[in-house]
Design a protein around this ligand. Structure first.
Ligand code: ADP
Ligand code: ASP
Ligand code: MG
Length: 444
């Protein structure tokens, strides 16, 4: 029997009561042999995630030489988890003492942040009676900071073969110098996917606090429709564009291994969830748009120059300016004589925007330059859009009826995704308008 790898997010592991539910889920199916766990998340709105407390510990240790002030909160959280789990013989105190000492000594942001997953995995493994396998011994990064699959996969497979069942902390591994390194925030999803690929899992189950991937952010539309089946490509577009139920990079390892993902709700395990497949029947009737996602706070630099299309090296010169400043661009829609750069505004603080504009003017002498700030991007995604006549017309009509001014349009060459740029203030209204057009009245 091929194993199922289960990843549980912080929202599923926030306290002892929830951890008991997780243990029940793991024990209810013998195929669920490997669990990848996050740090405890928020217990209620307004609460602080353990990972955020740990970043605070790092700052405190750096500034004051000791993280004792904030670490006391982490101590209380883990102590109460262990109490709720009735694990009186488990000496969490000693593990916490050692962790606090290491945080003060190492003064490493990544090491400190990783301790939420480490501590939680130690507790959950002990509660289940499963083997604790430290991610630092099986997940590795290369010198350039990227994931080292050649070293990691054989080492994960060999180590887990020795265990009937195991709990592995998510979010971190070891870098080329032997230090702890984390993935970006939300990275336990990536760890789960890596483990699933390494053991050639039958399925990668990602357990969270919603009953699947929803057609849009449930914080914007009340109870949006659940997506039953979605392709890896659609998921990548949606999660990259802000549907943060799954980290956008978590798709790559399982995609290579052709392993499906299932999003499940820890608090409603009976719900069917969302199945994410390497491919699905494209353009089936009644399935034009699969989902909608978006992000705020972009800046668009619009350049116009007559005969730009004939000027060899125009785009390269502009892009090399961004490269010199180590700035990524998100999109680059272009026309015959126009080129726009869409960049996350956070890269352009502290006068950098003005610097970039002046370098661009000197390098390519555009006829006209315009900057749009406070722009949100909203992506409407679905394989079915390519074969459904009039999808764009419906989308733009819905936006115009909602009184939304579209500042930029970018339809990728994949025909999978139409992105509109709108004012930040119109973001929620825009998501709702598109959702209601394609879902609410079942016209999709
Ligand atoms: P976890 O703690 O399990 O890693 P996350 O908080 O990272 O969970 O992701 C789950 C959350 O993602 C949900 O609670 C929901 O608010 C949010 N979310 C945003 N967009 C979507 C979407 N399209 N479908 C489902 N959830 C979404
Ligand atoms: N605990 C980490 C975070 O909050 C990683 C994760 O939960 O996936 O970002
Ligand atoms: Mg998450």
């Amino acid at each position: 029997m091929k194993p199922v790898v289960c990843k549980f997010g912080g929202s599923s592991l926030a306290d002892g009561t929830n951890i008991l539910k997780v243990c029940e889920i793991l024990r209810s199916d013998p195929a669920r042999k490997y669990a990848v766990v996050s740090a405890p998340g928020k217990r209620y709105s307004g609460d602080t995630k353990v990972t955020d407390l740990l970043y605070e510990c790092y700052r405190e240790a750096k500034e004051k030489g000791s993280c004792a002030g904030t670490f006391a909160k982490i101590r209380t959280r883990f102590q109460s988890i262990v109490d709720e789990l009735g694990m009186s013989s488990f000496n969490i105190g000693a593990i916490l003492d050692e962790t606090e000492k290491q945080i003060d000594e190492k003064k490493s942001a990544d090491f400190t942040a990783s301790r939420g997953e480490y501590l939680n995995a130690r507790v959950i493994a002990a509660k289940l009676g499963w083997t604790f396998v430290d991610a630092k011994d099986i997940i590795f990064f290369k010198k350039d900071g990227t994931f080292d699959e050649e070293k990691s996969y054989p080492s994960i497979a060999a180590r887990l073969k020795e265990c009937d069942e195991a709990v592995i902390p998510g979010f971190y591994g070891t870098d080329a110098e032997g230090n702890i390194k984390t993935f970006s925030r939300g990275g336990s999803d990536i760890s789960g996917s890596i483990v699933a690929r390494a053991v050639n899992a039958d399925l990668y189950e990602n357990w969270t606090d919603v009953s699947g991937f929803l057609a849009c952010d449930p914080r914007i539309v009340n109870s949006p429709e659940r997506i039953e089946v979605i392709s890896f490509k659609e998921l990548r577009e949606l999660s990259y564009m802000g549907a943060n139920v799954l980290h956008a990079d978590s798709i790559f390892p399982v995609r290579k291994g052709d392993i499906p993902i299932k999003i499940k709700n820890t608090f409603r395990p009976q719900d069917p969830g969302t199945l994410i497949l390497p491919s699905k029947k494209y353009g089936a009737p009644g399935n034009t748009v699969t989902g909608i996602a978006g992000k705020k706070d972009f800046t668009v630099i619009f350049l116009e120059k007559s005969m730009m299309n004939g000027e060899i090296g125009f785009a390269r010169k502009v892009l090399s300016i961004l490269e010199n400043h180590k700035i990524c661009f998100e999109h680059m829609p272009s026309g015959i004589d126009t080129l726009s750069l869409v960049i996350e505004s956070r890269y352009l603080n502290g006068g950098l925007l003005e610097e970039l504009l002046s370098e661009i003017r000197d390098a390519v002498h555009p006829d006209y330059v315009r900057v749009l700030e406070n722009i949100a991007l909203v992506a409407t995604v679905g394989h079915g859009m390519a074969s459904s006549i009039g999808t764009s017309a419906r989308l733009f009509k819905a936006l115009s009826e909602a009184g939304i001014n579209v500042r930029m349009i970018d339809q990728g060459s994949s025909e999978l995704n139409i992105i509109v740029g709108i004012d930040n203030d119109d973001y929620e209204k825009c998501v709702r308008a598109i959702y209601h057009e394609f879902f609410a009245d079942k016209k999709n």
